[in-house]
Every structure is written in structure tokens, then in C-alpha cells.
Design a protein around this ligand. Structure first.
Ligand SMILES: [Mn+2]
Length: 299
């Protein structure tokens, strides 16, 4: 169960009342133990909350959803003594949220936190499409002997039978070591290099309108000009505008989302934390628009 509840308002969207009857919930997964290089994402959830705090942001999304008090903040799930135990607690927590019909939004943490959340998606009861914004395919079978590394996230996801497909957007670090996995799962993986995405992000014909989608955003998918606070910056990435338009124009059903891999030590003026919060906010608005048009919308 989550702890350390916060009353940080997150642009007025958050309520600290966990009993609030809203499908939209937020929780932090502050674990960076599976990072291969730099640590720093464990402070991500709280920095993302704080970055979007106060009266300088408003609760209405670009598409007009007024999310005032519409998001229950369930706090941060503390890390356990081992990653295996932490992952189990994340999976059980997420499974419970899916069982009771919530649409959870998570802030990491490194990209390893996504694996137990995707495992919990089995509770949705039908195959779920994964859409990944990332510079990296995360398709190592194992990395430095560690199958739980954040470099292996998509390999682990593809082993799950309830994962219908994985769409990777913004990739610019595919290497030979990951090619065997890409070949093995070629029917399930749709990889788009950043170099091939100069404008609007692609329509995804393999995902039917209304199909369930889980969105996982590694902040290094963005160009470092927009997201300097990441452990593995790779120039030549996506823009916030591309990704926001992609989310807002989607025809699928969003069942959950995470934003991971912020490195708070490298962030500049909270630029990356604000971007992370904005992505969550707009995606919450998309979910609200899809499921609760009368209750949560202006006009
Ligand atoms: Mn990455």
C-alpha cells in the first residue's frame, strides 16, 4: 500500500483523499536500483509533483478538461530490501488498481518499474498494446548479467502473453546486441526511429480504435534540449509538441501510463520535471475526456 501521501496540488488536479471516487489515480514508484549507469530517478515522483505545483499552472488541459481535484494522489510506494520484493509490491498494487477500475498514472523511478506494472495489466482481461516513447529499445535479453535491468524492460514485457504489441517511438540507439530480440518478436514490435519521425507521430493501424493501450514514457525519448534531466541523454529526439499531439489525437483507450527515468541531479530549472508533469496532466485529460465527459469538462 502506498504511503507518504502528499498534499502538493499538482496544478490543482490532485486530491490527497484516496477515497475520492475518481478513476484517475497517481502514484510514485521511486526506485532506481536497476539503473545501469547513473542513479537519480528515485527522487523523480516528488520532484514531478513539486515542479507542477502552485498557482502558476492551471488544472485545465489543452483539450479543455478541468481536472480540479479529479486525481487521487496515492503517494509513493517505498522500495523494499530487494528489487524482487519491490517489483512484487508494485505489481500487487497495480493489479488492485486495475481490478477496481482505476486508470493509474505512475512516475518513476527507472524504466525497470514498468515491468511489474505491465505484468499487472493481465487484470484488464484482454490483450493490451504498449506504446513506448524512448531513445532506447530496451530490448537487451539481459544487461551485464541482469535480466531486471532497465535496459531489458521491453524484453520482459514481450514475454507476457497479454501484451498484444509494443510500439516504440523515438528510438535512436538500436544496436546489434538487441537485434535478435527484435527479430524474435518482429510480429509484435513496431519500432520507429526518431530520424523517421520529423513531424506528426504516426497513426498506428495495428491498434484498433478503442483498444486498450498502456503508455510508457522514458523521458530520454525527448530531445535533451527539452529534457536535460535524464541519465542517458541522446540528441536528436522527439519534441513535447509531437508527443502531446499524439496523446491528444489518439483513438485508443488509455488504461494507464508511466513517466520514468528523470534524473533530478541533471535537470535544469526543473525543465524535465515540468515536462513529465505536463505529459501526465494531458494524458489524464485524455482519459477523462474518454470516460467522463460530463463530469470533468468545461462547457
Ligand atoms: Mn531510454
Amino acid at each position: 500500500m502506498a504511503s507518504e501521501r502528499t498534499i502538493v496540488p499538482f496544478a490543482g488536479c490532485f486530491t490527497a483523499d484516496p477515497e475520492k471516487q475518481t478513476p484517475l489515480v497517481f502514484a510514485g514508484l521511486p526506485d532506481d536500483s536497476q539503473s545501469s549507469f547513473r542513479r537519480g530517478s528515485a527522487q523523480g515522483p516528488q520532484r514531478i509533483r513539486l515542479a507542477y505545483d502552485g498557482n502558476c499552472y492551471n488544472a485545465t488541459t489543452e483539450s479543455g478538461a478541468d481536472l480540479t481535484g479529479a486525481v487521487a494522489d496515492l503517494g509513493d510506494l517505498p522500495s523494499k530490501s530487494t528489487w524482487k520484493l519491490t517489483a512484487r509490491s508494485y505489481q500487487e498494487f497495480a493489479a488492485w488498481l486495475f481490478q477496481i477500475g482505476k486508470i493509474p498514472f505512475f512516475a518513476g523511478g527507472d524504466h525497470a518499474v514498468t515491468v511489474p506494472i505491465i505484468a499487472a495489466l493481465v487484470e484488464i482481461g484482454e490483450p493490451v498494446h504498449i506504446i513506448q516513447i524512448d531513445a532506447h529499445p530496451d530490448l537487451y535479453l539481459e544487461y551485464e548479467g541482469n535480466r531486471d535491468s532497465h535496459a531489458c524492460t521491453i524484453s520482459r514485457a514481450l514475454e507476457m502473453r497479454h501484451v498484444a504489441s509494443v510500439t516504440q517511438l523515438g528510438i535512436r540507439t538500436l544496436n546489434q546486441a538487441q537485434m535478435p530480440q527484435l527479430e524474435r518478436y518482429r510480429k509484435h514490435v513496431h519500432l520507429f526511429h526518431a530520424r523517421d519521425l520529423p513531424g506528426e507521430l504516426p497513426l498506428l493501424p495495428h491498434i484498433s480504435p478503442g483498444a486498450p493501450v498502456y503508455l510508457t514514457v522514458d523521458l530520454d525519448g525527448f530531445d535533451p534540449a527539452y529534457a536535460p534531466g535524464v541519465s542517458h541523454p541522446v540528441p536528436g529526439g522527439l519534441t513535447p509538441r509531437q508527443v502531446l499531439n499524439f496523446i491528444q489525437n489518439a483513438q485508443w483507450k488509455l488504461v494507464g501510463m508511466d513517466v520514468v527515468e528523470i534524473n533530478v541531479d541533471l535537470d535544469v530549472n526543473d525543465q524535465t520535471a515540468i515536462l513529465a508533469a505536463r505529459l501526465l496532466h494531458e494524458a489524464m485529460g485524455f482519459a477523462a475526456k474518454q470516460f467522463m465527459p460530463k463530469k470533468f469538462f468545461n462547457g
